[in-house]
Write a protein that binds this ligand. Structure first.
Ligand code: DX5
Ligand code: ZN
Length: 221
């Protein structure tokens, strides 16, 4: 399985965004993770299409856009136009998940679905064939630098079983509290894509940290 490291720019220094993105590229990041928060679904407010468009101009890396917003479909068009590669929506905000995933694909983006720590991964069993990415939150969304919730490991393993049983090649991504202390177990549980905010941007040498995290997975194959 290919290991993918996706730095979350929520933890970047926005006054130096171009440098931060260049650092991610130089460090070998696979994707750039962009956390969109609306202050309703989660208790924090971040950014929208304008920032996605700005990041799109700064890099050719895939943009992994995580929508922590109510009524996510309101933003599909503008985010796709802004250059998003993947749009990932929360099951908790998507009563018509199948329709919403189809809409994302129609716009030419990869379609992702994400579950909060309290939401069972089984809620995705009937759309598993439609997913390009399945994201497991290992913290309650809203803020960076929170602690990894240990019960997420069992859930990641169940998600891996579900994807394998469906012969799905969707990426299994994990978001929240990923760092040196947790990434190895998350990889062993079956994830291949790792979002990291604080662990990368808070590191002494952020560029080198991307390689350190990747190596912790690869070494334990
Ligand atoms: C949490 C966001 C995460 C966050 C991760 O609500 O979805 O992407 O930035 O930050 P760390 O890696 O610091 O937990
Ligand atoms: Zn995220």
């Amino acid at each position: 399985m290919t290991v993918r490291i996706a730095p979350s720019i929520l933890s970047a220094d926005f006054a130096r965004l171009a440098d931060e993105i260049a650092m991610c590229e130089a460090g070998g990041a696979d994707w750039i993770h962009i956390d969109v928060m609306d202050g309703h679904f989660v208790p924090n407010l971040t950014f929208g299409a304008k920032v996605i468009e700005t990041v799109r101009k700064l890099t050719d890396l895939p943009l992994d856009v995580h929508l922590m917003v109510l009524a996510p479909e309101k933003y599909f068009d503008s985010f796709a136009k802004a250059g998003a590669t993947t749009l990932t929506i929360h099951v908790e905000t998507a009563p018509h998940l199948h329709r919403q995933l189809m809409k994302i694909k129609d716009l030419g983006c990869r379609a992702g679905a994400v579950v909060n720590p309290a939401t069972p991964v089984d809620t995705l069993s009937d759309v598993v064939q439609d997913l390009d990415l399945l994201l497991i939150m290992s913290v309650n969304p809203g803020f960076s630098a929170q602690s990894f919730i240990p019960a997420s490991l069992g859930k990641i393993a169940r998600a891996r079983e579900m994807l394998n049983a469906a012969r799905s090649v969707a990426d299994l991504e994990v978001d929240g509290g990923i760092g040196r202390a947790t990434i190895r177990d998350v990889w062993r549980a079956g994830a291949n894509t790792f979002v990291a905010g604080n662990a990368i941007f808070g590191a002494k040498d952020p560029r080198a940290e991307i390689a350190v995290l990747r190596k912790l997975c690869v070494e334990t194959v």
